[in-house]
Ligand binder design. Structure first.
Ligand code: NDP
Length: 309
């Protein structure tokens, strides 16, 4: 229950970015290739523009080329899909990222589904999610290495796994509970933990007695979108708690009038957990690091001529 049981996502993400920078330099040296990420931004949402700026800056820092494409908010679905097709065919582009959300008149999944799975560095294409479930893809050794997957796994879920492992927890053989079953977070986290040989239970909105189920877990990953839902009496003493949630709650004492909290009651659960991630500063910083790593891996796979798709 002291500061030293907090998992520092900022520091771990920084370490990973350093590793990626070295690998990009080595790749350039050995084969003259610089990984390339294309980022498509539609409209003028300030939050989306901020995320895109952060991603492009992160690319620059590690030695990944970035290509930015801006479209007005009234762009047609056909024009967006045509841009994606062009990027699919461009050999300098190893990763394509369409910043979400898209304006209401555009069918988001339809656009995402046109990205080649090999260039889908967000890992949101249904084929990439399916690859994660397809155990034959990973061989019979049950060794599952995120850095050498032949396809792209979703970024935030990969970030959760890295936080667990790099803070010193072996996943194999553990009892894990994932709260939430979205395509973007809950389901891929469940699949990653299972591939890492944990025994995994998924809690969702129809689960009876979620607190009792959660209390069995050595590892808890919460991805619900409900402020501070997970209470101290849900947590087995010593468990590792990863909080994916980002919720804004009113706070008249803060300058902005609100503050961000996770899906976990941090102050309460910190006293019970073995290790726990804060919000912000836990899972958040990992997502961009995993995007960079997927782009680098995409460039490397392109060179070896092989891929899982
Ligand atoms: P979704 O809303 O898509 O999914 C939420 C899931 O939680 C659903 O599966 C839902 O169950 C389940 N759920 C809802 N209420 C309950 C309940 N009372 N008890 C148990 N389960 C419940 O959210 P996302 O997965 O997209 O995101 C989850 C959180 O993570 C959000 O706060 C989001 O902002 C954050 N996030 C953070 C990221 C980061 O980089 N740090 C990236 C992505 C998301 P059911 O399926 O039955 O409806």
């Amino acid at each position: 229950s002291s500061a030293d049981n907090i998992i520092d996502g900022k520091a771990i993400a920084e370490t990973i970015r350093g590793e990626i920078k070295e690998e990009c330099a080595a790749l350039l040296q050995s084969s003259g290739v610089t990984p390339g990420l294309a980022v498509v931004l539609v409209g003028n949402r300030t939050d989306s523009a901020t995320y895109v700026r952060m991603k492009i800056k992160a690319c620059e820092e590690v030695g990944i080329h970035s290509f930015k494409f801006d479209f007005p908010s009234d762009v047609t679905e056909a024009d967006l899909i045509a841009k994606v097709a062009e990027l699919n065919a461009d050999p300098a582009v190893h990763g394509i990222l369409v910043q979400l959300p898209l304006p209401g008149h555009i069918h988001e999944q339809k656009v995402l589904d046109t990205i080649l799975p090999d260039k889908d560095v967000d890992g949101l294409h249904p084929l990439n999610l399916a690859q994660l479930a397809h155990t034959n893809t990973h061989g019979s050794s049950r060794k599952f290495d995120l850095k050498t997957l032949p396809y792209h796994a979703a970024c935030t879920p990969q970030g959760c796994i890295e936080l667990i492992e790099r803070s010193g927890t072996v996943i194999e053989g553990k009892e894990a509970v994932v709260i939430g079953r979205s395509n973007i977070v809950g389901i891929p986290v469940f699949l990653l933990l299972m591939q890492k040989n944990a025994t995994v239970t998924v809690i969702h909105s129809r689960t009876k007695d979620a607190s009792a189920v959660c209390k069995r877990a050595d590892i808890v990953v919460a991805a619900v979108g409900r402020a501070e839902m997970v209470k101290p009496d849900w947590i087995k003493p010593g468990a590792v708690v990863i909080d994916v949630g980002i919720n804004s709650v009113d706070d008249p004492t803060s300058k902005k009038g609100y503050r961000l909290v996770g899906d976990v009651d941090f102050a309460g659960c910190k006293a019970v957990a073995g290790k726990i991630t804060p919000v912000p500063g836990g899972v958040g910083p990992m997502t961009i690091a995993m995007l960079l790593r997927n782009t680098l891996q995409g460039a490397k796979r392109g060179l070896s001529g092989g891929n899982g798709n």
